[in-house]
Structures are given as structure tokens and as C-alpha cells.
Design a protein around this ligand. Structure first.
Ligand SMILES: *Cc1c(COP(=O)(O)O)cnc(C)c1O
Length: 395
């Protein structure tokens, strides 16, 4: 039995949504580490396969621990149902494979997460899928890119790592006017700070690896919709292509999501302090943080998001060489890809997360050679700044 959580506040939902009453009174959702589930009878098995009865058959199709995590995130997104996947990219490709066929067209954010773009250019192109990548923060560019064959508009906001913000409500109107669906990669904001489905998007998806889990110990993904038919279509593709989450992954992610709001509240408060400090530093050329008034879409972000998050991009006056020196000199922050965890991470998109893109495409997406990305963790902000300060001294 699923507890009624619709009237609960968001912090209460993080802790309780999706949980069911365990017959033995377990306070936490157990890990149902079982690949398959016994049927009571031949008729029961047939009824489950036929969809006439609710229940569990096989973990690729569904599992109680995974279902609990799906229901929890669906609740946080104000959606109806969720689909947990083996990775964030599993969520991205499930959306593509469900909604794009031969000769059909995708319009997407140019500065989207690198592999979300390269999988289209390198692999879906082999199956005749067409795509145009534009600056979706410019709604004219977005609208002009839509063709009669466009089925899906895909937006990442804020985008990784250029921190561009797309007007989700306007993008939804444009997409729907032209008969397309809108999917939003909500990884950078998390459902605590942004609810794309409430703004009109059809799909909100996540790399669970980042903020939702938050402890750099799980790779996972999630797709949430309000529409049950769309959910069923996406789920059937996830099951067919076999990119399900594992029960143990779901257990860890459920544990992580309980503190999502607490972690983000602290990290984004520090991020504002760090971004302001960086912007005033003589060795820093520019800082891109959606919470700073200098961010080109700061007003839009204030309207569409419930907070500014903890992701900062910046470039030093000394460009790439100075940036490398900083990355090699930090001691508290870890030089590693990924983001949204309790620990501060620093990385260089042009040679790491976005190395799969051509330099021309990178520059067009606002990813300069010297751009450094910093994911602010929950350490003491004085320690984060002292660490960056000593690293900047060496640059
Ligand atoms: C990390 C990330 C992904 C991919 O997620 P994985 O869990 O690494 O597969 C997709 N979108 C964004 C914005 C990301 O940061």
C-alpha cells in the first residue's frame, strides 16, 4: 500500500513518498534483491502478464524497491509515474528511442550534456534520426529549428556546463503548437529547484547519479511524466532495451534522496558565496552562475527555478593553462567529473565531459577551452574558498 503523500510538503515527500507499509514493520524500504517473483498460480502469472492484475514478474519489468524510488521521484516532480533506469544516459536514450523513428527529427539544446548529443550524432543517425542543436535559450532559434518531421524538443536547463537557462513554459508552448513533445533534462536543478512538468513539459528526466542520489556512489537515471499513456510507451522501451535500475541501486538512491533538500539548501548557499567571491577575484575572467545578477538569464532563472543550485562555471584570465594549474592545485575539491554530490568537484569540460564534441560545436555551445566547472559540495564554505584561493594563487 502506498502512503498518501500528495498533501505533504516537499521535505516530507523526500523522506516518505513512495514508501509502503512493510509487513514486518521495517522503517526503510527493503532491498528486494530478487530477479524473479513467484506466481500464486498459473492463472495469476497469466493475469500479471496480461496486465489484469498488479504485481511483480521479473526485475527488468518491475521490482518493489525500484518502484518505491520511482514513486518517490514522481511525487517530487508532481508527476504521475517514474521509470528508473540503469544510468542517466539510459533515461536519455529511452526517451529518444521511444519518441524518434527513421526520418524523424529532434531539436535540442546545443550545450546539452556531451553524451546526450553524441549518442544522437554517432548512433541514432545510423537509424535515420535527424537532429538540430540550437541555443534553446533563444526561443526564436528553437522555433525556427522545428520542421514538419520534428517529434521531440529536448531542453537541458540549466545546461551543462554553460549554465544557459531555457524558458521551459515558452518552450512547451512552442513545441505543443507544432505537435511535438517537450522533454527536459532536469539534472542540474533537481525536482527540489525546478518542476518542468508543472511548467508544461511532457517529460522530466534525470541523471540520478548527480543531485538525486548525491553521494557519488550510484549511477542511475529517472524519467517522470504526468501522462500515463506516455509513461507506458516509455516504460515498454526501457524494458525492451533492458536499461532497468537494479534494486540495490534503487535502495541507495532512495537513501540519498531523503536529504536532497537539505544538501541543496546548504550547497547553493555556499555556491552563491563562492560565485560572488570568484567574480571579484582579479585572476578570474568571468563567472557563470545562475544566481549572479551578471548571468544573462538571471531573471528567467529567478522566475522558473526555486533556487539557483550549486553549479558554477568560470574562466581564468590565463585561459586553459591557468585553469589547469587551478585543477592541479586544489586540495579540498576533487578533480573528477560528475556533480551534485556532498563533496566539491572540479573538472575541465573541453578535455573531459565534452571532449566527444568537435571544438567548433563546443565553442558554439559556449564551452570555451578555458572553462572550468565547479560543483559546490556541503563542506564549510570558508574551506572551499580557502582551497580555491591557494589554487588561484598558483595560477
Ligand atoms: C551526468 C549527466 C547525464 C548522464 O547521466 P549518467 O548517470 O552519467 O548516465 C545526463 N544529463 C546531465 C545533465 C548530466 O549531468
Amino acid at each position: 500500500m502506498t502512503k498518501n503523500h500528495e498533501k505533504l510538503g516537499v521535505f516530507s515527500r523526500m523522506v516518505h513518498a513512495g514508501a509502503f507499509d512493510d509487513p514486518l514493520g521495517a522503517v526503510n524500504v527493503p532491498i528486494y534483491q530478487s530477479s524473479t517473483f513467484a506466481f500464486r498460480s498459473a492463472d495469476h502469472g497469466a493475469a500479471l502478464f496480461d496486465g489484469k492484475e498488479e504485481g511483480y514478474i521479473y526485475t527488468r519489468i518491475g521490482n518493489p524497491t525500484i518502484r518505491c524510488f520511482e514513486n518517490c521521484v514522481a511525487s517530487l516532480e508532481n508527476g504521475a509515474r517514474g521509470i528508473a533506469t540503469s544510468s542517466g544516459l539510459g533515461a536519455v536514450t529511452t526517451v529518444y528511442l521511444a519518441l524518434l523513428g527513421q526520418g524523424e527529427h529532434l531539436v535540442s539544446t546545443a550545450s546539452v550534456y556531451g553524451p546526450s548529443r553524441s549518442v544522437v550524432e554517432k548512433h541514432l543517425s545510423r537509424f535515420g534520426v535527424k537532429a538540430t542543436f540550437v541555443d534553446t535559450s533563444n526561443l526564436h532559434e528553437l522555433e525556427a529549428a522545428i520542421t514538419p518531421n520534428t517529434r521531440l524538443v529536448y531542453v537541458e536547463s540549466p545546461s551543462n556546463p554553460s549554465m544557459q537557462v531555457t524558458d521551459i513554459a515558452a518552450a512547451a508552448r512552442i513545441a505543443h503548437d507544432r505537435g511535438c513533445l517537450l522533454a527536459v533534462d532536469n539534472t542540474f536543478a533537481s525536482p527540489y529547484l525546478q518542476r518542468p512538468l508543472d511548467l508544461g513539459a511532457d517529460i522530466s528526466l534525470h541523471s540520478v547519479t548527480k543531485f538525486l542520489n548525491g553521494h557519488a556512489d550510484v549511477v542511475g537515471g529517472m524519467i517522470v511524466t504526468k501522462d500515463l499513456e506516455l509513461h507506458a510507451k516509455l516504460r515498454s522501451v526501457m524494458v525492451a532495451f533492458g536499461c532497468n535500475m537494479d534494486p540495490h541501486q534503487a535502495y541507495l538512491a532512495l537513501r540519498g534522496v531523503k536529504t536532497l533538500g537539505l544538501r541543496i539548501d546548504r550547497a547553493q548557499q555556499s555556491a552563491m558565496t563562492v560565485a560572488t567571491w570568484l567574480e571579484a577575484h582579479p585572476k578570474v575572467e568571468w563567472v557563470r552562475y545562475v544566481g549572479l545578477p551578471s548571468h544573462p538569464q538571471h531573471q528567467l532563472a529567478s522566475k522558473q527555478m526555486l533556487g539557483f543550485g550549486s553549479m558554477i562555471s568560470f574562466e581564468l584570465r590565463g585561459g586553459l593553462n591557468a585553469g589547469k594549474k587551478v585543477m592541479d592545485s586544489v586540495q579540498l575539491a576533487t578533480l573528477a567529473v560528475s556533480l551534485g554530490g556532498v563533496e566539491s568537484l572540479i573538472e575541465h569540460p573541453a578535455s573531459m565531459t565534452h571532449a566527444g564534441m568537435s571544438r567548433e560545436n563546443r565553442l558554439a555551445a559556449g564551452i570555451t577551452d578555458g572553462l572550468v566547472r565547479y560543483s559546490v559540495g556541503i563542506e564549510n564554505v570558508e574551506d572551499i574558498i580557502a582551497d580555491l584561493n591557494q589554487a588561484l594563487d598558483k595560477a
